[in-house]
Design a protein around this ligand. Structure first.
Ligand SMILES: Cc1cc2nc3c(=O)[nH]c(=O)nc-3n(C[C@H](O)[C@H](O)[C@H](O)COP(=O)(O)O)c2cc1C
Length: 238
């Protein structure tokens, strides 16, 4: 899936096409997603009404239990969905601010949605230079593998804020979130972004032949950054 990270882009123009096969493919992909931790995340496939302003034929609504802090978990699962659907030829885009309203479900809170459909624009970028990202030294430090750094660097984020920072060496990757001074809801949104970055670390680690295990570990304090977790890379059994 690393090849998808290196060329995917948010798709905002979709063909109106819908079919039972598409619904089944999207649902099967949802059912295949792995959780990050124990926090339950609910993904619901929804069809849009004709003429919906979001422009996509399908949406996946993402919710968590009330009072839970499952932003990272939701980002982790949602980004797996994005990468897997991209690999199947679907266009996707994370949405927090645009698209249809997510209907409320009792005792759950709405976190985000992902638009899905056949793209009516190029599905892939042609070159890394098409990614609008800060330089890698702004999001990473230490002696990390270039592939891990690149996978995090290219991750999508709300308003392209790129709020992550990774630091470490070899098989130890400490993950931080840039402290954000904005309103509380920004903290919630950036926790989705962090989950997305964790998904990209897992994919890059798998590419290098490792399993990424996420746990709290001894880490250096870094000014202006809040520690989130550490990815420990373990060699996969052959
Ligand atoms: C949590 C999250 C929320 C987002 N919300 C929106 C949105 O409401 N509307 C939109 O057009 N794009 C949204 N995006 C897409 C970002 O703008 C996009 O990922 C970023 O600009 C980087 O571009 P790329 O995904 O094409 O690489 C969101 C992305 C994330 C990760």
């Amino acid at each position: 899936m690393l090849n998808l990270i290196l060329k995917r882009q948010s798709i905002r123009k979709y063909k109106p096409e819908k079919s039972e096969q598409m619904k089944q493919e999207i649902q099967t992909t949802i059912n295949s997603l792995r959780q990050l931790g124990n926090c339950p995340v609910y993904l619901e496939l929804a069809e849009t009404d004709p003429g919906d302003k979001g422009g996509a034929p399908y949406y996946v609504f993402i919710r968590a239990d009330n009072n839970s802090t499952c932003g990272d978990d939701a980002g982790f699962m949602g980004e797996q969905l994005i990468l897997k659907l991209t690999g199947l030829g679907y266009g996707t885009c994370w949405r927090v601010g645009s698209g249809p309203r997510i209907p409320r479900v009792k005792d759950q809170r709405n976190l985000a949605k992902i638009s899905v459909g056949k793209p009516d624009q190029e599905l892939y970028r042609k070159a890394l230079s098409e990614f609008k990202r800060v330089s890698t030294d702004k999001i990473s430090g230490g002696e990390l593998d270039k592939i891990i750094v690149e996978a995090v660097w290219l991750a999508p984020s709300a308003m392209n804020l790129q709020p992550w920072y990774i630091h470490g060496a070899g098989d130890i990757i400490h993950v931080y979130r840039r402290k954000c001074a904005g309103p509380l809801y920004m903290e919630k949104i950036t926790s989705l972004d962090i989950g997305i970055a964790l998904c990209h670390i897992e994919v890059a680690a798998a590419h290098l032949g490792f399993t990424a295990v996420f746990e709290n570990a001894k880490h250096p304090d870094i000014e202006g950054k809040k520690y989130v977790t550490t990815a420990i890379l373990q060699k996969k059994n052959k």
